[in-house]
Design a protein around this ligand. Structure first.
Ligand code: GLV
Ligand code: MN
Ligand code: MN
Length: 495
């Protein structure tokens, strides 16, 4: 098809989405809430399942589920049963990702992939990752119970990625990078704190754990049309705007470092202050310096006319965090011998992030020299900023708008008020990393954000309104339906 006719087709499909009710199977409820079965599956059952998955934990009294941990394996069984309940044949790939896929007969169309991650941080909330997986399963379940699944013209696949947070191996996206085909073979030799490697963990769980097996997880770019992800916002913008859903324009780039500082271990009571080589004070100084570097970059870095770096705009989203600090031997009466800490640096502008990484690494070496301790900076992870596909973003925006006109019921609760539903969903940048970043190496990506209370995430305090869960599921359902309407129209055009 000529590009111009494709463009026209897309345009007419978008107009159709904006102007017509989509569901022709079940009637929407008279309460304007998309009632009955839609509400039961997309809100009530989704919320019940979020709570159920949120109980599957390696920790006692808190939520923790890391790559291929015992809880993760239990969660795998539960997610598979939900995918099957939605009418999807399932399989688990060689990196522990769970797939549930509807494959129409005789379709030559590229697949629509929808996913998010099943792993969590330590002491997590129940929505980060899980919301995107369960909303997707629920949307497909609605298609199944309304008899529309079998009428889909394009393959649609839900993927629950085995690792996005990178908690266990300090390297993110083990699951989605494997599907995108960008996970290096060397990953198999990376070890966790106990010395267990990725390869050991895979073998222990009866995966092949070879480079060839990793290669089989990769999808060919020709077989995939797009990837979309629903995710809680993890920030306060939607709540401040009183809007339940937003679309994502792009995801900030990120770098993770590990700083290792070795000094002289000694007796806290006997070594005079002047004779100490104390890695703890060097670490403390560096943590504060990192904060200043990211809070007031102009104090440390000069504006570069040529690259346009360090303008107010390019500094948007620059954040730096030390989230983990360990000390050896960690006793109150011992000057530590070694202190290690992690550094997480994010920015929307890759040049800004790279300059901060270089500057901080230089400062580490200088300060360590001054304090006569030995330092090393290890690069653990780096991902460039990822733009979302503008066309997918427009389609998600229209689907969100259409869903909100059916789910918004009460001012302040649910989705706000109907006047708000008229407004276009806000367009946001994501400071948090998502599987969409890894999947962008394979295909075009789009993301839908869901409002959360207080912008809180990576905490048991995470909270999303049940009605916002419903709105997200309905928006995804409508997006999937229209992807298929478009696929069918394209097919017709080709004949
Ligand atoms: C993942 O949640 C990240 O942004 O670190
Ligand atoms: Mn997270
Ligand atoms: Mn997440």
């Amino acid at each position: 098809m000529a590009p111009s006719s494709l463009h026209l087709l897309t345009l007419s499909f978008l107009l159709l989405l904006a102007s017509t009710p989509i569901s022709d199977g079940l009637e929407l409820g008279a309460d304007g809430g998309g009632g009955g079965l839609y509400r039961e599956i997309l809100r009530d059952e989704t919320v019940r399942r979020l709570k159920e998955l949120g109980q599957i934990s390696d920790g006692e009294g808190y939520l923790e589920r890391t790559f291929l941990s015992p809880a993760s394996l239990r969660a795998t069984g539960v997610i598979i049963s939900w995918m099957e309940d939605a009418g999807l044949p399932t399989w688990v790939d060689q990196m522990g990702n769970i797939h549930g896929r509807f494959e129409p007969a005789n379709s030559s169309k590229e697949a629509l992939l929808i996913g998010s991650h099943m792993d969590t941080v330590i002491d997590a909330g129940m929505y980060d990752g899980a919301l995107g997986i369960i909303c997707a399963i629920s949307a497909l379940k609605v298609l199944k119970v309304t008899g529309k699944l079998q009428r889909l013209t394009r393959p649609v696949e839900v993927i629950a990625f085995s690792d996005e947070e990178g908690v266990r191996f300090q390297t993110t996206f083990l699951g989605s990078a494997a599907v995108a085909g960008t996970l290096p073979e060397s990953i198999l030799q990376v070890s966790d704190k106990s010395g267990t490697t990725v390869q050991d963990v895979l073998k222990l769980n009866s995966f092949e754990a070879t480079a060839a097996a990793l290669g089989q997880v990769k999808y060919s770019p020709e077989s995939v049309g797009s990837y979309v992800e629903v995710h809680m916002e993890q920030g306060p913008v939607l709540e401040a705007l009183r809007y339940p859903l937003g679309v994502v324009k792009g995801i900030a780039g990120q770098t993770r470092l590990k700083v290792i500082i070795n000094g002289s271990q000694g007796h806290a009571g006997t070594v005079p202050m002047k004779l100490r080589r104390d890695p703890m004070v060097a670490a403390a100084e560096l943590v504060v310096t990192l904060e200043s570097l990211c809070k007031e970059p102009h104090r440390f870095l000069t504006y570069d006319e040529e690259c346009g770096c360090f303008t107010e705009e390019s500094l948007a989203g620059l954040v730096c965090t030390v989230g983990e600090l360990t000390t050896w031997p960690s006793a109150s009466n011992v000057i530590p011998g070694q202190v290690n800490f992690t550094v997480d640096i994010r920015a929307m502008d890759d040049k800004v992030r790279e300059t901060i990484v270089t500057s901080f690494s230089r400062i580490v070496l200088q300060r360590c020299d001054d304090r006569l301790v030995d330092c090393a900076v290890q690069h653990k992870h780096s991902a460039p900023a990822t733009p979302c596909d503008p066309e997918l973003t427009t389609q998600l925006e229209l689907a969100a708008r259409s869903a909100l006109s059916n789910t918004m019921t009460s001012p302040g609760g649910g989705g706000g008020c109907s006047a708000e539903a008229e407004r276009t969903p806000p367009v946001l940048m994501s400071g948090a990393g998502h599987d969409a970043m890894a999947m962008a190496r394979l295909t075009k990506v789009g993301m839908l954000f869901v409002r959360c209370r207080g912008g809180v995430s990576h905490s048991p305090e995470e909270s999303v309104l049940d009605d916002d869960v419903w709105a997200a599921g309905l928006a995804l359902l409508r997006f999937v339906e229209h992807q298929n309407v478009a696929a069918a129209a394209e097919e017709e055009e080709e004949l």
